[in-house]
Design a binder for this molecule. Structure first.
Ligand code: ADP
Ligand code: ASP
Ligand code: MG
Length: 428
């Protein structure tokens, strides 16, 4: 008897009809002879709606209360799903993150999992029930307060439970048929990928492809959990994310013998660019600046230091960070302006990041040329560049991002014949 963890995202449980549809699917999986644990996200865009509400009552959100508020979204969907399953005559029990044994640190809004003790989940499935767990939440082991894992974190709840329960597979059900060569909402000609290595999936997720939460991919790789990303609106086979690098060379009949050079294009609109202008060009200043930003708990992504203007003795340092962390970083820099001795700070949220990802880049010359040529032909100006062994990323202006993504996707012959299906969701 296999043990399957099935995670359903917000668009799959957006309304009563969706919840009933998911209930049928879960019951069918159990009826086919499996033990089933289900992880649910909040209905539709309800997490965003809760955030909007919080903003209306308070200008500075209290992290503890914010987690209390946001964790309520998943409680609603888990209880409704249990009720819908009861309606079909099957038995199910829902559990909050803390009841399911998701123990985290105390960092509200981006808590990390410390331990998973799913005794109650195990007992529930052992007696033949379907266990339903609220995604995205846990309980701090220090304060016993409710925490959340960060936006999109239900994927990570599902993988953490799959690892702790030694599940055979973790299925991530969403509103598209799998992982595509680009976001199908931006590139309708994107192609579904049948298998992808966790290395490439990590780069895609880290570069903004929100189909999977980055930490879920890391966790799955670390614990060897096979991930199957697929649609809850169709019965089609989705994308397998293979945790073991050796698995990628299991060639299926009819598939090309070599992996494609490029696996996909990802984009990200969630970052802002900070430029610290006129920094004294002497040793130690970069360390001072990034020390200040780290003190404000900001996660830096790309960094560029310009060559100092001849003879000026000053230079500019630019970096990107999540928009949500921008205000704190700017405030911290402002406080330290005199001590660091820089001239001013510029801040721009109207930027977008585009990344080209492919393990085959390592051994294929000419990828960068083709990439920059495609952007130039599309009239896209580049603001910043960064690379890893299997990725090239650039920052462009936000309004040209979609054009840039489509141009690069086409230049690398990733466009497919058919139009990718997006079944639901608002893309928010
Ligand atoms: P869920 O609510 O099920 O967690 P998300 O909205 O978090 O769903 O993730 C699914 C969405 O991810 C898709 O609707 C799609 O717009 C977006 N997406 C971004 N990049 C990709 C990609 N490479 N392949 C598929 N979907 C992608
Ligand atoms: N509901 C949470 C969010 O919208 C968690 C999730 O959907 O994974 O971010
Ligand atoms: Mg998601």
């Amino acid at each position: 008897m296999a043990l399957i963890v099935q995670k359903f995202g917000g668009s799959s449980v957006a309304d009563a009809e969706g919840i009933k549809r998911v209930a049928r699917r879960v019951v069918e999986t159990q009826a086919a002879g499996n033990r089933v644990v289900v992880v649910v996200s909040a209905m539709g865009d309800s997490t965003d709606e809760l955030l909007d509400l919080a903003e209306q009552v308070s200008s500075s959100s209290n992290p503890r209360e914010m987690d209390m508020l946001l964790s309520a979204g998943e409680r609603i969907s888990m209880a409704l799903l249990a009720m819908a399953i009861h309606e079909s005559g099957s038995s199910a029990q829902s559990f909050t993150g803390s009841q399911a044994g998701m123990i985290t640190d105390a960092i509200h809004g981006k808590a990390r999992i410390i331990a998973v003790s799913p005794h109650r989940i195990k007992a529930s499935i052992d007696k033949g029930d379907i266990a339903i767990v609220a995604g995205f939440q846990g309980m701090s082991q220090d304060s016993n307060d409710i925490t959340t894992l960060g936006r999109g974190g239900s994927d990570t709840t599902a993988v953490a439970l799959a690892a702790a329960l030694k599940a055979d597979v973790c299925e991530i059900y969403t509103d598209v048929d799998g992982v595509y060569t680009a976001d199908p909402r931006v590139v309708p000609a994107a192609r579904k990928i049948s298998t992808i290595s966790s290395e490439e999936m990590l780069e895609m997720a880290a570069s903004g492809a929100k189909i999977l939460h980055l930490r879920c991919v890391e966790y799955a790789r670390r614990f060897g959990v096979p991930l199957h990303v697929r649609s809850s609106f169709s019965q089609l086979e989705g994308t397998w994310v293979l945790p073991n690098p050796d698995d990628t060379i299991k060639i299926q009949e009819g598939e090309p013998l070599e992996q494609p050079i490029i696996s996909g294009v990802a984009h990200d609109r969630s970052e802002a660019k900070v430029t610290v202008v006129g920094v004294p060009d002497i040793p130690g200043k970069a360390a001072e600046i990034f020390g200040i930003v780290a003190g404000a708990h900001s996660n830096i992504d790309m960094i560029v230091q310009n060559v100092s203007t001849h003879g000026s003795g000053r230079t500019d340092i630019s970096f990107t960070l999540p928009i949500v962390e921008g205000a704190d970083a700017r405030a911290a820099l402002k406080t330290a302006q005199a001590a660091v001795g820089y001239e001013s700070v510029e801040y721009d949220e109207q930027i977008g990041k585009l990344s080209l990802i492919g393990a085959g880049m390592r051994s294929n010359p000419g990828v960068s040329y083709k990439f920059f040529k495609a952007l130039s032909d599309a009239g896209v100006n580049i603001d910043m560049i960064s690379t890893s062994e299997i990725r090239i990323s650039v920052v462009t202006s936000a309004d040209l991002l979609d054009t840039a993504v489509r141009a690069v996707h086409a230049a690398f012959d990733l466009d497919g014949e058919a139009v990718a299906t997006v079944y639901a969701g608002t893309g928010r």
